[in-house]
Ligand binder design. Structure first.
Ligand code: HEM
Length: 606
């Protein structure tokens, strides 16, 4: 059945709502009328006041819509609302706007492939323009210009830096977690450390800035390129270190983006003043780095023998300046200095916590699923002989295998269950007329200006696209990504196992189509290398310190140990579902973990 609506129709106004509903009714798309759309700032800030009052109303009035008012419903309830409504596409209608919610793989593919018809809702991202327009905040031809200039920087040369730097940083993490050799006494704050690791890797691969781990002597990490650069030191002209400036801006981004500088600088709040200081400092660092790298590239152009600029420009910022500089001053396609710096910041912003949370959640899942951890370690054993030090791990030889065996499967499964981005906010383009979507052979026209939300967690648990029983979709089962389930055997066979590939539109941690994540490989290489280094000789375990001391655990029998472990696991599982922040899958609280030598696990030894 086909339904049509007038081409000039906008989604605002009563007529538009009525016509839209008519179109959706004709195409048999369910809709839910809600009093607020859930995205208004006033609602996000005050919903906890209103919800208890609304819940007092008779459920016969509210049951069909009340849960859609709770921020975060779209990931807390996964596929359930779609199942209840009998459709993987439905509409919420409110006086504040209509939203189309989608977790149908075929419809998602149409949306991500038709970039111009379903552009990104860039208004949502305006706040991250603070250092300049960039890849995330642009659309149309402007986005094409940004994407062309930035795509070349994510080269294999750059990925090799990611690999080498991650191996180095992950060894520092392991060293600090082992402490002085009393591993079982160490309670690891893995979330903070994964954020630090991720920051260090992106600083090196993104800006050529080497960061040293607390307790690490700079000489341990130095290469000729890094000599004299240390992200923790405060250079003369600055008041904060490079690392402090960056991490403070990232932590206070909302405040920095929303409040005018003069307010930030003058309100009597230490946090606001520090945020302002960090903003100024980071801007100054970026300006210095821009000049340094530009000078290196220009020197390279004037001297055939001098290849310093080439080495420097292997990092993302250097490559970006090189690409933009080669476009020439009159080239309309080149990025301006402000745009280059805007993109450099967005690489940091886009790649920091997303990758850190993936590595952190993977470790929690492995602590909760010791059998999967042992399988992962068996794959590592098969790949890396005992006398093969991390320093010899070669990117070309090792990385593809890691990604195709259990370490890669664990990451795929982690990103399926807790994708760092929960939805892809799209709209239907204004001025292009209503957009047809094919829904199971029926065509429905979505009016211009309608918000369209591709809901990633719902697609990731949509039973229509994933083999196995429905309840299994909520379980951590990395083996689903390994078609034959016995990945270690492939080491002997010498060829790479073929991973499971979900259908298009069903698995979107990095989105799909031309606007897919530009840092996908960067993130996967970093995360897989980290897991391999950490778990090659050690295991992560749940720390049960809240319930029992080490001496008490020591005296416990098997059943008692299982009991304390299960109580701790229940808390960790709760944190992994209810304890995540509403706006992104970010932990609000940390799950204490232990890092113990393999063979000394206190629970579930092999
Ligand atoms: C596990 C880690 C990561 C995940 C899950 C992730 C996920 C995503 C997703 C879903 C998008 C699409 C957003 C949208 O369309 O609204 C995206 C875009 C983007 N990501 Fe990532 N990302 C990760 C790591 C990185 C890294 C390491 C970088 C850079 C170093 C990065 C840079 C970007 C940029 C610049 C875009 C915008 C691309 C465009 O619009 O053309 N991301 N990412």
């Amino acid at each position: 059945m086909e339904s049509t609506i007038p081409s000039k129709m906008k989604s605002s106004g009563l007529v538009a709502i009525v016509t839209l509903l008519g179109a959706f009714l004709a195409a048999r798309i369910p809709y839910v009328v809600v009093p607020v759309s859930g995205y208004q700032l006033w609602w996000l800030l005050t919903y906890k006041l209103w919800m208890p009052l609304l819940r007092q109303l008779p459920s016969s009035w509210t049951s069909s819509w009340i849960e859609f008012l709770v921020p975060g419903w779209s990931w807390r309830r996964y596929h359930e609302p779609y199942k209840q409504l009998g459709s993987d596409v439905f509409l919420t209608v409110s006086p504040f706007g209509n939203i189309l919610w989608v977790c149908d793989a075929y419809v998602i593919s149409q949306i991500t492939e038709r970039r111009n018809d379903f552009p990104k809702d860039t208004a949502m991202y305006e706040a991250i323009d603070i250092f300049g327009k960039n890849l995330v905040t642009t659309e149309g031809n402007d986005w094409v210009r940004h994407r062309k200039a930035t795509a070349a920087t994510f080269s294999e040369t750059n990925i090799r830096i990611v690999w080498a730097e991650t191996l180095h940083q992950a060894q520092q993490v392991a060293r600090s977690w082992i402490g002085t050799g009393h591993a079982p006494e160490t309670v690891v704050n893995a979330w903070e450390d994964m954020k630090t690791l991720s920051l260090h890797v992106i600083s090196r691969a993104g800006f050529g800035r080497k960061m040293v781990w607390p307790g690490e002597t700079p000489s341990l990490s130095g290469s000729s390129v890094d000599a004299g650069i240390n992200g923790d030191a405060i250079p003369e002209a600055h008041t904060l270190s490079f690392k402090a400036a960056l991490s403070t801006v990232l932590e206070n981004l909302f405040m920095v983006a929303v409040l005018p500088s003069v307010v930030l600088a003058n309100i009597p709040s230490k946090t606001a003043n520090l945020a302002y200081q960090a903003y100024k400092e980071w801007s100054a660092y970026m300006a210095d780095m821009y000049q340094e790298k530009l000078a290196g590239i220009e020197a390279e152009h004037t001297s055939e023998d001098n290849n310093t600029g080439e080495v420097e420009s292997m990092d993302l910022l250097g490559a970006l300046i090189r690409n933009s500089a080669s476009g020439g001053k009159d080239d309309q396609k080149a990025l301006s200095k402000r745009e280059v710096l805007g993109n450099a910041f967005i690489f940091m912003f886009g790649g920091h916590e997303t990758t850190a949370s993936t590595m952190y959640f993977a470790q929690i899942f492995l602590a909760l699923h010791p059998a999967s951890q042992r399988e992962l370690q068996a794959d590592l054993d098969a790949q890396f002989p005992a006398d093969y030090p991390v320093a010899s791990w070669d990117y070309d030889r090792e990385c593809a295998r890691l990604l195709a065996t259990m370490p890669g499967a664990v990451l795929n499964e982690t990103l399926r269950l807790v994708p760092p981005l929960m939805s892809l906010p799209k709209t239907t383009a204004l001025g292009r007329g209503p957009q047809p979507l094919d829904l199971n052979g029926r065509t429905v026209y979505v009016p211009p200006g309608t918000r369209v939300n591709v809901v990633i967690p719902a697609a990731h648990r949509n039973p229509n696209y994933w083999p196995g029983p429905e309840e299994e979709l909520h379980a951590f089962r990395p083996q689903r990504w390994l078609l034959d389930g016995a990945s270690a055997d492939h080491k002997q066979a010498g060829d790479l196992p073929i991973p499971f590939r979900p259908c298009k539109g069903a698995y979107l941690p990095f989105s799909e189509g031309r606007r897919a994540c530009i840092g996908r490989r960067f993130a996967l290489v970093e995360a897989v290398a980290t897991l391999a280094v950490l778990l090659r000789h050690h295991s992560v375990e749940l720390a049960v310190d809240d319930l029992a001391t080490d001496e008490e655990v020591e005296k416990m029998g098997h059943a008692q140990r299982a009991e304390v472990w299960e109580l701790t696991a229940a808390k960790a599982r709760y944190m992994m579902s209810e304890g995540l922040s509403t706006l992104s899958f970010k932990p609000r609280d940390s799950v204490p973990l232990r890092f113990v030598e393999r063979g000394s696990e206190r629970f579930y030894q092999q």
